[in-house]
Design a protein. Structure first.
Ligand code: IVH
Length: 677
């Protein structure tokens, strides 16, 4: 064991390094080191922190961000000062009335100075800092008492675990900071893409995705969601001496909290209206969703004078954007059966234009949603489109003739195969239990042959349906046992297209491992996780044999994914399919098959190479399965030294790490020596 002093120094060093790499990864999107190198540092830090627990403060350590053991339920947490909400203005006239009301209350004709801000469409949270350290975090709840979601909030990298103090006003002993947790539009699209590919139902909009992610009892799941935050208000605070909200926002940024870049000072209400118009125009171009602007009186004294009525301050107002909504009627409700048997009710509506797009279908999600919104076929409803997200039914227009009737019910039998339907405990979704349900087969095989999977041309949805209805195929392996006769017996398939299809199938027999894994449609295993599995396990056999513990040792793989993978490969019918695929000659290529495989080897580069830029050398090593690290440790396998090497070379000599020159590096990586550039 290291001496305590030494260990503590090492802990500090590792924390700094990890914080530095977190910033590169999460904020600048420009990582310098490989995942495995990062994991190695994290593991070392966790180990040391465990060894020296009791001697060191963990509260601001990056290890606190990875998520903790699941909770049974959320505790309640009282806010030190209530979390108010905002009253709304829906037009420029109402904004003007807000200003007039304030002037009347203050008995003045003078212009009022305001701060204007975007109104983020996310989830409001309260963060409590004690002596600069994040102590707890909660939802708004009823405004007085919220739910304790500290574990989840800690996983959000944009939330400081420790406030910065240099060059800022002194940090109060106790301060509540308020902000909005959200998911950006790009991250939302990516997240939904992964969910669809992994067989999960997509979130209806970024706000729901953020809310769902924050309400996870297992914070390791939250840690994987791309949550972000903007902070905009102060709750309780002792010893602060801000004169204006603007000054507070500046300090907030100085303390290390993300503050929205579009905040602005306004000299009078006219400026606020101009800003409101500008933001309406800018709305679609922002990388996150906003549903309005907020106007706040700038002077904190004036705010105090004005006070609050019925849980909304008199000194602020939300200027809501006109919703992108329209009214139409539900003509029918269809039930779609997905790859994993989930039944999704879909409303078929009289086509209507919503923000320039004709909309005729909207997902109703599940029975709970239908019940909550009291939906019937024939109802008149309001539909809404947020950005380019799936249209959604907001509510029925009341009164409806059917209000007293039971809402639409998802049938007891699968509309496709007639089998029974179950609703698993804790799940909102109903599922068809028949694994041979033609709808599931069609979706499953469609996924298997898709571009991201086995990438087999010529197998469209219609053809797959036809084959599954006739009982020619019921799982992906059947595709490889098709004969020309099977195919020419189908509608619209001639000899030529039959032969083309068979040859496409033949050609697909040696897919890259990650594509093969993806094609299996294992729940929660989308393209990204498939790549990670291929990279870490190299062969299909290794993945099939991996137990949950081994899977969980990989950073991106949490308990849900690990359980889903092991369950999949334990299921007898899946084992049989895999065996039949193998017998048919389907052999996925190994993870990174190259002659000079560098799998698991860690390289450090120093000095200038003649034939490669740093980046190119790094790419090359990584393409061969190796890692590149920025510092030499006892775990380094090779130091590649070019001209004018730095101190890393001395370190390598100290630690007796093999040092290779450029020529040797070319040899290891199987490159031909090229002429000098
Ligand atoms: S200030 C006393 N500023 O909107 C005022 N709220 O409808 C406290 N929100 O509960 C809130 N962006 O969750 C404020 N720039 C912003 C905001 C904002 C979004 C949310 C917040 C609040 C809700 C009020």
């Amino acid at each position: 064991m290291m001496k305590e002093k030494e260990a503590i120094k090492r802990i500090e060093k590792l924390r700094d390094l990890i914080n530095h790499h977190n910033k590169l990864y999460y904020q600048l999107d420009d990582p310098e080191i490989s995942d495995s190198e990062y994991d190695r540092m994290m593991r070392e830090l966790i180990e040391l922190e465990n060894q020296y627990a009791g001697h060191i403060d963990l509260s601001a350590s990056p290890t606190q961000r990875v998520g903790a053991a699941p909770l049974e339920k959320f505790d309640s947490i009282p806010h030190l000062s209530p979390m108010l909400s905002l009253s709304n203005a829906f037009s420029e006239e109402e904004i003007t009335s807000f200003d007039e009301r304030i002037k009347r209350l203050l008995g003045t004709q003078e212009d009022i100075s305001f701060v204007v801000e975007p109104k983020l469409d996310g989830i409001g949270v309260n963060l409590l800092y004690k002596n600069g350290f994040l102590k707890s975090g909660s939802t708004r709840g009823d405004g007085t008492i919220g739910e304790d979601i500290t574990q989840n909030l800690r996983t959000i990298h944009a939330i400081p675990l420790k406030m910065k103090s240099a060059g800022t006003p002194p940090i109060p002993d106790l301060i509540e900071i308020r902000g909005e947790v959200y998911i950006g539009t790009d991250a939302f699209k990516k997240l939904n893409g992964q969910r669809i590919a992994g067989g999960d139902s997509p979130f209806a909009n970024p706000r729901n995705a953020a809310a769902g992610s924050l309400r996870q009892l297992d914070s390791r799941i939250t840690a994987k969601r791309p949550l972000d935050i903007f902070c905009y208000a102060m709750g309780f605070a002792d010893r602060t001496s801000f004169q204006t909200h603007w000054d507070f926002l500046q300090s907030l940024a100085g303390w290390g909290f993300p503050v929205n870049p579009h905040i602005r000072k306004a000299e009078n209400i006219n400026d606020c209206i101009v800003y409101y118009r500008e933001m309406i125009a800018k709305r679609e171009t922002l990388p996150y969703e906003i549903d309005g602007t907020v106007i706040k009186v700038d002077s904190l004294d004036t705010q105090n004078l004005l006070g609050a009525v019925s849980r909304s301050p008199r000194w602020a107002i939300a200027c809501k954007f006109a919703a992108i909504q329209a009214t139409t009627t539900i003509e029918d409700i269809l039930i779609q059966v997905g790859r994993t048997g989930v039944l999704t009710p879909v409303a078929v509506m009289k086509p209507v234009r919503v923000a320039g797009v004709m909309v005729s279908r909207a997902t109703l999600h599940n029975q709970d949603e239908i019940d909550k919104k009291n939906i019937h076929i024939g109802d008149t409803v309001i539909v809404q489109r947020a950005g380019d997200v799936i249209p959604e039914i907001v509510k029925t227009v009341e009164p409806s003739a059917k209000d007293n009737e039971e809402p639409f019910r998802i049938p007891d039998r699968c509309p496709i195969c007639g089998s029974g339907i179950v609703r698993l405990e804790g799940e909102a979704a109903h599922r068809c239990i028949n694994l041979d349900c033609p709808a599931q087969i069609r979706e499953n095989i469609g996924h298997f042959v898709s571009r991201g999977g086995m990438d087999i041309d010529g197998l469209g949805e219609k053809l797959i349906s036809q084959m599954s209805e006739r009982g020619i195929i019921s799982d992906p392996a059947d595709l490889y046992y098709l004969t020309e006769d099977d195919l020419t017996g189908l509608e619209r398939i001639g000899n030529l297209s039959a032969r083309n299809l068979l040859s496409a199938l033949e050609k697909s027999k040696t897919p890259p491992l990650e594509k093969f894994i993806f094609s299996l449609g294992i729940r929660h295993v989308g393209e990204h996780i498939s790549k990670i599995l291929a990279r870490n396990f190299m062969t299909l056999g290794n993945i099939m044999n991996a137990n949950e513990e081994t899977l969980l040792s990989i950073k991106e793989i949490g308990p849900e994914i690990a359980a889903s993978i092991t369950t999949f490969f334990r299921e007898p019918s899946n084992i049989q399919t895999m065996e039949r695929l193998r017998k048919a000659g389907v052999r996925p290529l190994e993870g990174h098959t190259t002659s000079g495989g560098l799998s698991g080897e860690t390289f450090v580069l120093t000095g200038t190479l003649e034939n490669f830029s740093r980046n190119r050398a790094k790419e090359l090593i990584e393409s061969l399965g190796g890692n590149v690290s920025s510092s030499v440790t006892k775990n380094t396998d090779y130091v590649v030294a070019g001209a004018s090497p730095g101190s890393k070379l001395d370190k390598a000599l100290d630690l007796q790490i093999p040092i290779v020159d450029e020529e040797k590096f070319l040899e290891i990586t199987g490159q031909e020596v090229r002429g000098k550039k």
